[in-house]
Design a protein around this ligand. Structure first.
Ligand SMILES: [Zn+2]
Ligand SMILES: [Zn+2]
Length: 361
C-alpha cells in the first residue's frame, strides 16, 4: 500500500487541494521529496490561477486524480539547492510553469520542445513523477523542482504580476515566435480578451506587430485600444466590421475556450494566413473546408513552450515591462476566485499571495 501524501516524502508541505469534483479547495497536508543533487527547493510566494485549474479541480476532462493541488504559474524564493545545481543559489527568485520533468532523450527534448515530450510530467494534474509519486502544484508553500525545469525571474519583474507569464505568457509568446508573427509589418488578430488574450496583445505590441483584438463584447473596445495599446478592435458578431477587415491578417491567436465559429476568423486571414488555437473548447469546433482550401490557410494548435523559450519569454518580458494585469488574493479567497474566473469576472488574472496565508501552517 502506498503511503499517505503526508508521509510519502521527508519534507513537510502544506497546500490547498480539491478532494472531489465539487472542485472546492481546502487545506491539505502533504510532503515533497528530499532536495536532490540537481533540485532547487523554494518557498512559494505567488501562484497565478489559470483556467486549467478549474478544469482540473472540477474533473471536467475526466482525468483528475484527487486530491489535486492546482497551480502552474508559480514564483518563489530559493531556500535550498542540491550539490550539483549550478544556475541557482539560496535567495534567488525563481519560477515554475506547467512542466517539471521530461525524458531528456526524445527528439522533442533534444529540440528544446520538452513541452511536447510524450513522457512529460506536468507540474500537477498529469502522470506521476518518475519515482511514482503524485505531483502537486503551486497552491502550496514549498516546491522541489529539478534545476533544468526552474526559470530565473529577473529583478526587473514584479513577482506577483510575473507569475501568469509562466503559463499564459508562454502560451501566447511561443506561437507568435514559431509562426513568424513576431515582427513589424505583420498583422495579428487576438481573439478573446481574457488572461491569455491580454498578454498576447502586450507581447505582440512589444514585438512590433500590428494587433487587432477580436471580441464578442463591444464594451472591451476602450480597454483594448487605450489600456492595452491594440491598434484596432473588431466585434466578431458584427458582420460589417468583419467585412471591413477581410483578408488583412497574417495570423490569429485564438484564446477563446467557449465553442465558437472559426468561419468569420478564416475570412480575416490573408492567403496562407494561420489560425493558432490556444483556448480549449470542450466540444469540437466546426472547421469549414472550402474557405481554408481557397485561402491556403493553416489551423494550428500550440501548448505552452519549452524551458529555453520560456526563459527567453521571461527575459523579453523583463526588458519590455510586460506583466499580467492581476488581482492579488489571499489563499482563503481561492474558492470565490475560481467561481469568479469561471464567469470571466476578473481583470485579468487572479494571483494568490502564498506568503501571508501559508506561513504559519
Ligand atoms: Zn495554465
Ligand atoms: Zn522527451
Amino acid at each position: 500500500m502506498s503511503k499517505s501524501p503526508e508521509l510519502e516524502h521527508p519534507q513537510k508541505a502544506f497546500g490547498w487541494a480539491a478532494r472531489d469534483a465539487s472542485g472546492v479547495l481546502s487545506p491539505f497536508k502533504f510532503s515533497r521529496r528530499a532536495t536532490g543533487d540537481k533540485d532547487v527547493k523554494f518557498r512559494v510566494l505567488y501562484c497565478g490561477i489559470c483556467h486549467t485549474d478549474i478544469h482540473n479541480v472540477k474533473n471536467e476532462w475526466g482525468v483528475t486524480k484527487f486530491p489535486v493541488v492546482p497551480g502552474h504559474e508559480i514564483i518563489g524564493e530559493v531556500t535550498e539547492v542540491g550539490s550539483k545545481v549550478e544556475k541557482f543559489k539560496v535567495g534567488d527568485k525563481v519560477g515554475v510553469g506547467c512542466l517539471i520533468w521530461s525524458c531528456g532523450s526524445c527528439d522533442n527534448c533534444h529540440g528544446h520542445d520538452e513541452n511536447y515530450c510524450h513522457q512529460m510530467v506536468l507540474t500537477y494534474g498529469g502522470r506521476p513523477y518518475p519515482d511514482g509519486s503524485m505531483t502537486y502544484g503551486g497552491y502550496s508553500n514549498i516546491m522541489v523542482v529539478e534545476e533544468c525545469f526552474t526559470l530565473r525571474i529577473p529583478d526587473a519583474l514584479p513577482l506577483d504580476a510575473a507569475a501568469p507569464l509562466l503559463c499564459a505568457g508562454i502560451t501566447v509568446y511561443s506561437p507568435l515566435k514559431f509562426h513568424g508573427l513576431d515582427r513589424p509589418g505583420v498583422h495579428v488578430g487576438v481573439v478573446g480578451l481574457g488572461g491569455l488574450g491580454h498578454v498576447a496583445v502586450k507581447f505582440a505590441k512589444a514585438l512590433g506587430v500590428k494587433v487587432t483584438v477580436i471580441s464578442t463584447s463591444p464594451g472591451k473596445r476602450e480597454e483594448a485600444l487605450k489600456h492595452l495599446g491594440a491598434d484596432s478592435f473588431l466585434v466578431s458578431t458584427d458582420m460589417s466590421q468583419i467585412q471591413g477587415a477581410l483578408g488583412t491578417m497574417d495570423g490569429i491567436i485564438d484564446t477563446v475556450s467557449a465553442v465558437h465559429s472559426l468561419l468569420p476568423l478564416i475570412g480575416l486571414l490573408k492567403t496562407r494566413g494561420k489560425i493558432i488555437i490556444v483556448g480549449a473548447p470542450d466540444k469540437p469546433l466546426q472547421l469549414p473546408a472550402l474557405p481554408i482550401i481557397f485561402g491556403a490557410n493553416g489551423i494550428y494548435g500550440s501548448c505552452v513552450g519549452g524551458i529555453k523559450e520560456t526563459q527567453e519569454m521571461i527575459d523579453f518580458a523583463a526588458k519590455h515591462n510586460i506583466t499580467a494585469d492581476i488581482e492579488v488574493i489571499p489563499v482563503d479567497y481561492v474558492n470565490t476566485a475560481l467561481e469568479r474566473l469561471a464567469k470571466g469576472d476578473v481583470k485579468y488574472r487572479f494571483v494568490i499571495d502564498i506568503r501571508k496565508t501559508l506561513e504559519e501552517a
